[in-house]
Design a protein around this ligand. Structure first.
Ligand SMILES: Nc1nc2c(c(=O)[nH]1)N[C@H]1C(S)=C(S)[C@@H](COP(=O)(O)O)O[C@H]1N2
Ligand SMILES: [Mo]
Length: 428
């Protein structure tokens, strides 16, 4: 291995504690046991076949079986001073497919997750509209609905990695993302209900959206986006939004940074200029090397990560068939291709997309290899339908410097060792 590896191992290994499974490599290259070997799990009558299981009344609303209790959201205590204004991370290293179950989808709150009943819910549309309106939840349910799958990524995802390899696990480096099927009413429908004639030329108009929680989390959105694909959503993955994701109603702003996806949506004001709120000036902007900041960086650039093998999902078998898998996404449209390298970027192989990329939604990729048991520097590289290719860390630093927190979409490297264990590193 000639590439240089850099990591801040000791400090970050400490917080991971039990997160890494104990598995090491086992002998044998086979994918299945040879027939004929005595195996009590095959030859004996098992306990679970000797009596009855639970009745259908045992679990009116099911949770994952207890053996899966490590597939949970985790937070990193030292990242924030208080859990009320904090973040936790989706266990992407342990999931497959693309849909994130709500129960383990990351949460980001500025003033905690509030409890708001449907009966107490109101949405106001005001400002430069023909007739200001207030909708109840029941009113919203009477408008034609749409269903769409979209990812929601916090702009701070991967934000700890600018200065060097930092957090040891895909959950922590890339887990500020979830991908759900939303059911809701296009914001366009509600704006048209209020009437936009009063706004005049829509090309230079904005909306300001805010939540009902104490933080209100207000953001300005240009009118053309508001009228394009923004959804006022009340269901995710078929069921009501969870409290932590904005029950009963949240804004879905496809492809744009998570901060704009206002939860507990209470107000949409049509305006002739952006508000320049805290969340779009001192926060969620990127300071460059020369001290100036990038403005209006709403779209999430194409990005990908290998979810397994990875530090929390080590290889637990010997050489032979190995499934490498991960996620790719772009705020500008569909993923068209993902490449994977096992040697730190010298040779790339095109991975297999589980299905055709969907616009502004996660794509799952697989690369099946015959692992020779030697160490690997695993990386993935996403391409989207605009022709954009995910940059290396060095390429990104060249244009963005190292002052940023947000919008780090660089290529991630896992150093997979002969033991099958993996570590977050940088290659140069
Ligand atoms: N009202 C309100 N909306 C909010 C927030 C908030 O604190 N309050 N956090 C924002 C941020 S920064 C992100 S990344 C997303 C996270 O959505 P989630 O908690 O459903 O994952 O919600 C956004 N919407
Ligand atoms: Mo965020």
């Amino acid at each position: 291995m000639t590439a240089d590896k850099k990591s801040n191992g000791a400090s970050r290994r400490a917080f991971l504690k039990g997160a890494v499974a104990a598995g090491g490599a086992v002998a044998g290259a086979g994918m299945a046991r040879a027939a004929g070997e005595p195996d009590p799990l095959i030859t004996e009558v098992q306990e679970w076949a000797s009596g009855f299981g639970e009745g259908v009344d045992a679990t009116p609303y099911g949770l994952p079986i207890r053996f899966e209790d490590d597939v949970v959201r985790r937070n990193v205590e030292w990242l924030t001073a208080d859990t009320i204004s904090s973040i936790n991370f989706t266990p992407i290293h342990a999931l497959d497919g693309t849909i994130t179950p709500q129960g383990c989808a990351f949460e980001r709150h500025h003033s905690g997750a509030i409890e708001l009943k449907k009966e107490d819910y109101r949405l106001m549309i005001n400002g430069l509209v023909d007739k200001p309106l207030v909708f109840t939840y029941a009113d919203l349910e009477r408008f034609p609905r749409e269903n769409h799958v979209y990812f929601c990524e916090c702009a701070a995802n991967t934000g700890m990695e600018w200065a060097g390899a930092q957090l040891n696990g895909a959950q922590f480096t890339h887990g500020m993302i979830h991908n759900m099927e939303y059911s809701g009413v296009p914001l366009r429908t509600l704006l048209e209900e209020a009437g936009l004639d009063a706004a005049g030329d829509l090309a230079d108009k904005w909306i300001y959206v805010e939540g009902a929680d104490a933080s209100s989390n207000g953001r300005s959105i240009p009118m053309d986006k508001a009228l394009d694909d923004v959804l006022v959503a009340f269901k995710a993955n078929g069921e009501a939004l969870r409290k932590e994701h904005g029950y009963p109603v949240r804004l879905v702003v496809p492809g744009w940074e998570g901060n704009m996806w206002v939860k507990w949506l209470r107000r949409v004001e049509v305006m002739d200029a952006p508000v320049q709120s805290r969340e779009e000036t001192s926060k969620y902007t990127d300071t460059l090397a020369d001290g100036t900041s990038r403005k209006w960086t709403w779209e999430m650039d194409a990005k990908s990560v290998v979810t397994s093998p990875s530090p929390q999902s080590p290889i637990t078998h010997g050489p032979g068939p190995l499934v490498i898998t991960g996620l790719a996404w772009s705020g500008r449209g569909a993923i068209t291709r993902v490449d994977v390298t096992t040697d730190g970027g010298k040779n790339w192989t095109q991975a297999r997309l589980a299905k055709d990329g969907e616009s502004k939604a996660l794509s799952r990729f697989y690369l099946e290899i015959d692992w020779d048991g030697s160490e690997m520097l695993l990386q993935s590289r996403a391409h989207d339908e605009t022709g954009y290719v995910q940059p290396t860390k060095a390429q990104l630093r060249e244009v963005r410097g190292e002052n940023s927190i947000y919008h780090n979409n660089c290529i991630q490297t896992w150093w997979v060792k002969e033991s099958g264990e993996a570590e977050n590193v940088e290659v140069s």
